[in-house]
Write a protein that binds this ligand. Sequence first.
Ligand code: COA
Length: 379
Amino acid sequence: MSTTEDIKKGLAGVVVDYTAVSKVNPETNSLLYRGYPVQDLAASKSFEEVALLLWTGELPSESELTEFSAFERANRALDPRVKAAIDLLPTDCHPMDVGRTAVSVIGANHAEAENSSPEAELRKAKELFAAFPAVVAYDQRRRRGQELVAPREDLDYSSNFLWMSFGEEAAPEVVDAFRVSMVLYAEHSFNASTFTARVITSTLSDLHSAVTGAIGALKGPLHGGANEAVMHTFDEIGIDKNESRKDAAVRAKAWMEDALAQKKKVMGFGHRVYKHGDSRVPTMKAALDKMIEHYGRSEMLGLYDGLESAMDEAKAIKPNLDYPAGPTYHLMGFDTEMFTPIFIAARITGWTAHIFEQRASNALIRPLSAYNGPEQRAL
Ligand code: COA
């Protein structure tokens, strides 16, 4: 008979396996991808380089990067079968449902769907990496009543993502802030969606099934859905472009005090692992600051600071990555419900790196439960 102490609700504090993909160190607030500090990668590496690092364990040589870049650019177009499937979905369903369906359709049509050799798995991961931005971009456009924008092979991953989403070339500062967000969102050890991908892989299921399941886990507001929930908070407080930074901060502070008095959980704050601040926040906040300056929107900084300081004073709970990421995507022009699908595009790298790792050293993930239903009884 298990006692309450034996039960690790939410698997909190349970170490289930080794990983060489990333290391989260809550003591030092640091995050390493394959040994490299994430803030250093975000400062100087393209998202394409970070993807290769996560998959292979090493940063690519120049020729490896050139080869991957050409492959990625050649695999960006939205597959007509995927487009047809998306078009069957209502424009008022959640875009995460569209992302989840798209990956499932890509898998169902894949000639190597059931081939889980390391070479085939890496190829499938690279293809998904290249193909997913078009799903997000097209979904946003169709909801707005706009036509599909074809990818451009002369643009890098981040510029092309913005190009397909908005049909115009983004300013270099915007492209860079977007790149930073992708690098920071790429990987974070055994979070709920990655663990989901590993559970599915552990049954010897295929890569697209694992990613599809991971998307379902990422959708929830306690996980990836928090970046859009942050924007709902900003909307609830009210965004007024003409308001001063100071006035916006005062209103945000009052909103937070009220929310905490009502014992509400405020999205974008707190973390299961980091208890003294999320290692990725300073880098993402710097990117947000640049966007606030680029778009001349200091009132957004007021809202940001007001909420953050009120939460710090009341509960000393720090923001997580979703807190600066949400307003950054908003300023770039993305619709709020597209924020978590953008997170998918980034996390496909981490998920698939974990799928490779699980596959290489597999054990079926199957925990036990303590039964607390009725004792055996006669029918
Ligand atoms: N707003 C208000 N209070 C919060 C909070 C938040 N965002 N996050 C944690 N707390 C409080 C809890 O109410 C609880 O207080 P109590 O002890 O007085 O009941 C305490 O902090 C511990 O919270 P708990 O939910 O048990 O911690 P956890 O480790 O299970 O939770 C999260 C981690 C991420 C699920 C939680 O912080 C949360 O729900 N955050 C909002 C969602 C979010 O931003 N998710 C993205 C994560 S990257």
